[in-house]
Design a protein around this ligand. Structure first.
Ligand SMILES: C[S@@+](CC[C@H](N)C(=O)[O-])C[C@H]1O[C@@H](n2cnc3c(N)ncnc32)[C@H](O)[C@@H]1O
Ligand code: SF4
Ligand code: SF4
Length: 344
């Protein structure tokens, strides 16, 4: 039930985004309301509760592996940085919070992605089993456990792996990323990817979930170049077929990863108050580092490490609170990592 409501909320958000995005009057009003929500959250969680009760964070992203098998032209992932995969100890340290501390019930979603490709983790299935263990444990104690959303580029998602993922039953929502609208553009943009195996993998996952009567949902994120309409009508029939299998999908424009990719030009926006991602998201990296949001694919905005500091203390730590305050004051430009971000 909670899962269905979560889906409806996401669909509604996407609907409004599509309807109002960059409309001269309505979009600024929505941004103003977002700013108002930010201020209310700020004074409630960090004023009244002093960061010591409740939780403003609604989603935590977990990066299983920092490396990637693709070289997408529009992605800011630095392929020369050291390759790391998350350990059982670090993942468990975080997951334990859901069965030991009621404050974690504020987290409604775990996103299994950030930079890198999750399926490159050599013990990916063990990691999913651990998530399932905590999911069951939380439920046996009548505690909430977040929806688990895994996002992959799909190239390694062959049948055997798809079967295992579905059988483990840790993942509630399987997301795939594909862009371009035609096989040629897909391969041009997602360098190293090939359309035929991707197409077969996604159809395979869908077929297996249906055969097994699994409740796992499927969704997609697709980047659409600015000269193309944000619809599937102009796309290749095989693209349309894949979208037809999914429970929902997001057709989005490229962003510039907080200014990391200069070639991507996006309209500069008048600065708004606050940032929903800073308020509502934290990201756990493979070595235990916590960074401020999913824009940081290369560990440039790390604010602590869970092997040394408790997750909730990083949440309420000096750096994060300072960033939250600067955003409230409309001074995001004073934060090195945020100053180039025009996206959120
Ligand atoms: C960084 S990837 C990590 C997960 C995985 N490797 C994948 O591609 O699905 C997360 C998401 O960001 C999207 N993405 C990458 N570059 C983008 C850009 N410049 N603008 C918008 N979305 C982008 C990807 O398509 C993907 O859906
Ligand atoms: S978008 Fe995903 S698949 Fe493409 S290079 Fe970035 S991390 Fe890898
Ligand atoms: S302004 Fe951009 S980079 Fe900074 S926290 Fe928000 S989304 Fe992340």
């Amino acid at each position: 039930m909670a899962f269905e409501i979560g889906h409806m909320y996401i669909r509604l958000k996407l609907f409004f985004k599509r309807l109002f995005y960059q409309r001269p009057v309505i979009w600024p009003i929505l941004e103003f309301l977002q700013g108002l929500k930010y201020a209310v959250n700020y004074y409630y969680y960090y004023g009244l509760l002093d960061g010591k009760k409740g939780l403003s964070v609604r989603e935590v992203n977990i990066e299983f592996a920092s490396q990637c098998n693709l070289r997408c032209k529009f992605c800011s992932l630095d392929h020369d940085k050291p390759k790391q995969v998350i350990s059982d100890e670090i993942l468990e340290k975080f997951l334990k919070g859901f069965v030991t501390n009621k404050r974690y019930s504020g987290i409604k979603r775990i996103n299994l992605y950030n930079g890198g490709e999750i399926l490159l983790h050599p013990k990916r299935m063990d990691m999913l089993r651990m998530i399932k263990k905590y999911k069951d444990l939380a439920r046996s104690k009548n505690l909430a456990f977040p929806e688990v959303h895994m996002l992959t580029n799909g190239m390694l998602l062959r049948e055997k792996l798809a079967e295992e993922i579905i059988e483990i039953d840790a993942v509630d929502l399987l997301g795939v990323s594909f862009d371009g609208g035609t096989p040629e553009w897909f391969e041009e943009m997602r360098v190293n990817a090939k359309w035929p195996p991707f197409y077969e993998n996604i159809k395979g996952f869908d077929r297996i979930r249906k055969e097994k009567g699994s409740a796992v949902k499927m969704c997609a994120i697709s980047c659409i170049p600015s000269d193309k309409e944000r619809s599937t009508e102009w796309m290749h029939p095989e693209f349309q077929e894949i979208y037809g299998l999914l429970d929902w999908y997001e057709l989005r424009r490229f962003h510039n990863w907080a200014g990391e990719i200069e070639e991507i030009k996006i309209p500069e926006k008048k600065h708004k108050i606050g940032c929903t991602l800073l308020m509502e998201q934290m990201v756990l990296l493979p070595n235990g580092d916590i960074t401020i949001c999913c824009n940081d694919l290369n560990s440039k905005a790390v604010i602590g490490n869970i092997t040394q500091t408790d997750f909730l203390d990083i949440y309420n730590g000096k750096t994060r609170r300072e960033y939250l305050k600067l955003h409230l004051q409309g001074k995001k430009n004073e934060i090195e990592f945020c100053k180039g971000c025009e996206t959120f």
